[in-house]
Design a protein around this ligand. Structure first.
Ligand code: NOJ
Ligand code: CA
Length: 702
């Protein structure tokens, strides 16, 4: 306390006599000059920045700096040397992704600052034609000990009361419904009433949003704010000032609520990212966030393979079976457990899924509820819950994995931690080795509930590091990870390409045990949460009403829209989520059999956040294209231009569309399937029902 007060006085004292610079500013422009950043230092040494897009200010004068345990780094700065400028242009190939090649083209400027307290800070800007990233560096030579950060002072000064697509800033969950309001109306009190599957929420501030948050400006331009390469730092959320329309960084805290982060000298923060585009589609084609992440850490990536997978999973969410073996879990929990003892993950039931996968071009079978611990996993906040190497007695892991192998299918493991993360850390290496021993190369992890034992936050520094530790530990055993309930992604799948997907948003499962996701939900996700990375949404529910199991709940889309989601909600691991029996005999299932999960090319054919989206993608090393088109609660017609097809070839188009009278609520299950031949440049008419969609496969003739 004393120390802080003394340093505080120092600042004031020095501020009086230290020779101050006149306001000075330096421009950094993007390669084609569309985006420009101005870096400024005012007379009292306060650094700030401003952003222009097509010569108009899109972020007014905005703040930079930090509050440290030892003092505030906000003003009293001067330049500590020359601005270092650099240009970069490189094309790289992702291990998997939406496109085969990605161009990383930017101009960079590094501003070395010296604070009058003696410490150093660098601000690094990378300016691209479709946005920018900036980060801070605490140079090694500028600090003698670890740096305790109590607040980040970065702000984003909006220039209008834009239309905003947002979820609340919650330190522990992203599983919220999106709100669409003016910036000045962002107010999240009503979220307290809503449910999340992780059973804990931390809405600390009524006027905060999670990132990515996306804005549509009056002239139609779009902007999204997020971060890239979130490593060793808490997630950034934004506090919204209704009057000034200024957004201020709020970092998720450590459990003591004092420090947000403690970092080493030499630390570089994650990138603060501003995506910019003339229209909504530009946000989707942007690869800026990936470009701000480091290249793959792994030399050999041949073991990393995108896949479709079915799972002993939806049946538990419907209440047809249970995760737990003994059936002792209290009835009525949000997770659909019941005390009847109808264990889902049995050897026999898993074999049924293996047979189904093998027959239908599906590479994986997820098995949840296979290991000891589910009798007491939910809402109990125990330190030791699960054993990740002990299957239940009715699950013969050797028999199951041998059988899968004989059928050319892989088992996908499941590690639900129920928030007992220190316990998971103790078991992790053994758990991955155990998987390897059984030939299991993929695992779905889960972080339901409060983090135990210290009450860390899902979005805090310690957990951010944990997710990466898990991904690195998995890589040692050639295991891919699909994480549920982690911090939202920030493009780290470039660096850690075995981090295939994350949930980190409100998935399809909410339709099984809550009021669910309204038809607009899937038309917002790609423009917000998915900007950071793939989502395991679990599409493909055919029995959208599942009345046999539950009468109150249901999926809020048509079946044709469930098909389209395989294209519009990008992920290299896509679940084929419904019960096998609900696919059997349904001709619409052919689309799921055919659809690819890894892509050479992606075209955004039309897009409006919260309204509709149509995407065409070309399969990896394949001539086949797939189109997904979705709408919100409004019916729509589209004319799709097939000019992306290869010239001189004739394609068979199979169109899976909403049938006669289709409507997500009244008549969701009618799918009309028609076949035609098409060529490059032809137009295709699509009719989407309310809450509906269309899915199309395009394969060259012969
Ligand atoms: C929540 C996950 O999102 C869900 O997919 C999973 O089945 C349950 N937790 C149990 O792990
Ligand atoms: Ca979840």
């Amino acid at each position: 306390m004393m120390k802080q007060a003394i340093i505080g006085m120092f600042f004031v004292f020095f501020g009086v006599w230290i020779p101050t610079l006149a306001q000075s500013s330096v421009w950094v422009t993007s390669p084609n000059k569309r985006v420009q950043v101005t870096f400024m230092i005012s007379a009292d040494g306060t650094p700030s920045y401003r952003v222009h897009y097509r010569n108009q200010v899109v972020l007014g004068k905005s703040g930079l700096g930090f509050a440290l345990r030892d003092g505030v780094l906000k003003n009293g700065f001067s330049m500590a040397g020359a601005v270092l400028r650099n240009s970069f242009d490189e094309t790289w190939k992702p291990v998997w992704g939406e496109v085969k090649e990605i161009r990383n083209h930017y101009n960079e400027a590094v501003f070395p600052l010296k604070h009058h307290s003696g410490v150093l800070l660098k601000v690094i800007f990378r300016v691209f034609d479709n946005g920018l990233g900036f980060r801070y560096e605490f140079p090694k030579e500028g600090y003698r000990h670890d740096i305790a950060i109590t607040d980040e002072l970065t702000t984003f000064q909006l220039t209008g009361d834009h239309k905003a697509f947002w979820i609340p800033g919650d330190w522990d969950s992203n599983e919220h419904l999106y709100a669409t309001t003016r910036v000045s109306e962002i107010e999240n009190t009503w979220y307290r009433e809503t449910e999340t599957s992780i059973g804990t929420m931390n809405l600390h501030d009524r006027q905060s949003v999670q990132t990515p948050v996306t804005f549509k400006m009056a002239n139609g331009w779009h902007m999204a704010l997020h971060e890239a390469a979130l490593i060793d730092f808490p997630a950034m959320q934004l506090h919204v000032d209704h009057r000034t329309l200024k957004l201020s960084t709020m970092l998720a805290p450590s459990p003591d609520l004092v420090n947000k982060a403690v970092v080493k000298p030499g630390f570089k923060t994650p990138w603060r990212v501003v995506l910019l585009g003339d229209q909504a589609a530009d946000l989707l084609s942007s690869k800026l966030i990936l470009n701000l992440n480091e290249p793959s850490k792994y030399e050999d990536t041949s073991w990393i393979r995108p896949m479709k997978f079915v799972g002993v999973w939806w049946e538990m969410h419907l209440g047809k079976s249970t995760w737990d073996y003994a059936g002792t879990q209290d009835a009525g929990s949000a997770q659909g457990l019941n005390p009847t003892g109808k264990h889902g993950a049995t050897t026999e039931n898993t074999k049924r899924y293996i047979d189904f996968a093998a027959a239908n071009n599906i590479q994986g079978v997820l098995v949840e509820g296979w290991n000891m611990g589910w009798e007491q996993w939910y809402g109990q906040w125990k330190d030791e819950v699960f054993d990740f190497t002990k299957p239940y007695p009715d699950y013969d892991i050797k028999a199951v994995t041998d059988y899968a192998r004989s059928k050319g299918v892989e088992i996908v493991g499941h590690h639900e931690t129920s928030g007992a993360v220190t316990s998971y850390e103790r078991q992790m290496d053994g758990a991955f080795a155990y998987m390897k021993q059984h030939g299991i190369h993929a695992v779905k992890t889960g972080y339901v509930g409060k983090i135990i034992p210290r009450g860390e936050h899902h979005d805090g520094q310690w957990m951010v590091n944990h997710y990466i530790r898990a991904v690195e530990a998995a890589a040692k055993h050639k295991v891919m990870i699909d994480a549920h309930e982690p911090v939202r992604p920030t493009g780290l799948h470039r660096t850690y390409p075995n981090w295939m997907a994350s949930e980190a948003a409100r998935g399809n499962e909410f339709n099984a045990w809550s009021r669910g996701n309204p038809p607009e939900h899937e038309t917002i996700l790609p423009f917000t949460r998915l900007l950071g990375g793939p989502m395991d949404y679990t599409p493909g529910i055919f029995d959208v009403t599942f009345d046999q199991y539950k009468q109150e709940e249901r999926v809020h889309t048509t079946v044709a829209k469930q098909l389209a989601l395989y294209v519009t909600l990008y992920s290299p691991v896509q679940m084929v989520a419904d019960l096998p029996e609900n696919y059997e005999g349904n001709p619409a299932f052919q689309f799921i059999r055919d659809v690819a999960v890894d892509w050479d090319d992606t075209r955004i054919l039309n897009a409006e956040v919260g309204d509709y989206l149509t995407i065409a993608r070309k399969g990896k090393n394949s001539p086949n294209w797939f189109i997904g088109s979705i709408t919100d609660e409004n019916a729509r017609t589209f004319a799709i231009n097939l000019d992306f097809l290869e010239a001189g070839k004739t394609f068979t188009a199979i169109i899976y569309e909403d049938g006669e009278g289709a409507h997500w609520e009244k008549k969701p299950k009618v799918v009309n399937i028609r076949k035609m031949t098409v060529k490059k440049g032809e137009m295709l008419a699509l009719k989407l029902a309310a809450g509906g969609g269309a899915a199309i496969s395009l394969m060259p003739l012969n």
